[in-house]
Design a protein around this ligand. Sequence first.
Ligand code: SAM
Ligand code: SF4
Length: 319
Amino acid sequence: MLTDSYGRTIDYIRISVTDRCNYRCFYCMPEGGVKLIHRKELLSYEEIAEVIKQFAAKGVSKLRLTGGEPLIRSDIEKLIKMLSSIRGIKKIAMTTNGSLLENKAAKLKANGLNSVTVSLDTLNNEKFEKLTRMGIVSDVVCGIDEAIRIGLDLKLNTVLLRGINENELDELISFAFKRDITIRFIELMPADYDIGFYKKRFMPISYVSEFVKKRYDAKPSNYRSAGPASYVEINGHLIGFISAVSVGFCDNCNRIRLASNGKIYPCLGHMEEYSVDFKKALGKGESIDDLIKKLLEIKPKSHNLLNLSIKSSMSMIGG
Ligand code: SAM
Ligand code: SF4
């Protein structure tokens, strides 16, 4: 079992399989995109599987593929197959913008993907196109419906955004309830390339939890996923709340992040100063045991996001 210097068990790795994306969401990247890593710096599927094998031998059992947009990396189902055959790996999930899910869902499931989280901040096509700078919301809805049809376990993630979707909570919740899926509301986190957006659009998660309490017959739920959400239950449906800024979740943090450049970041809110370069070590044929030890030693107690906003982009570190 892997335990960090604050006694937290680490059993969950988020893998950013690419820093590229077919959207440019305002809160995640600037309009021109981010500085992309060179293709030769990108971890190969074999390298990802090798790193995960070593962590799985030490107790990591849950993986989440993310990005950038994981579905734009070619043959991603091949990686899922490789990861699902690693001894000790019990659950493989993916976070996706859903735009390419309709055609890929069946193959992903057949290769061992257990669950998928689709990001959906609005159902209004005009707002969606503006927010993502290029997306078409019906593509995402078709992806969601196909994933449900073939029996993939599915959740929605919705970032709460002042002036964009705080007046759409009912529609988003009933969209989820009609499909019998869980929706989780997430507090906006500051990204350093556009602090102005954060200041203008941030709303505390209490806005939506209060709304839900007043509007529905909501009961607190003991349900816990692998992540930091807390839940309420309404007639058998779950609504989740994730707050990195106003409440925080670092005390129970169980995860580390493998970025597409081969560095592992032990915390979302701290970048280069705390990263460990696994690709370099693999390239030299070095043992990564010492790097794993170092990673556990340097994992910080908390993210400090308000003073150190997310450097670079969520798409690089794997949101
Ligand atoms: N492209 C995929 C997607 O959008 O689901 C996966 C990568 S994206 C970086 C992962 C998650 O991070 C998405 O749910 C997105 O809404 C969230 N995210 C990105 N930037 C964020 C920010 N500044 N604050 C809160 N959540 C953010
Ligand atoms: Fe792409 Fe996801 Fe970032 Fe949007 S949130 S730009 S879909 S990586």
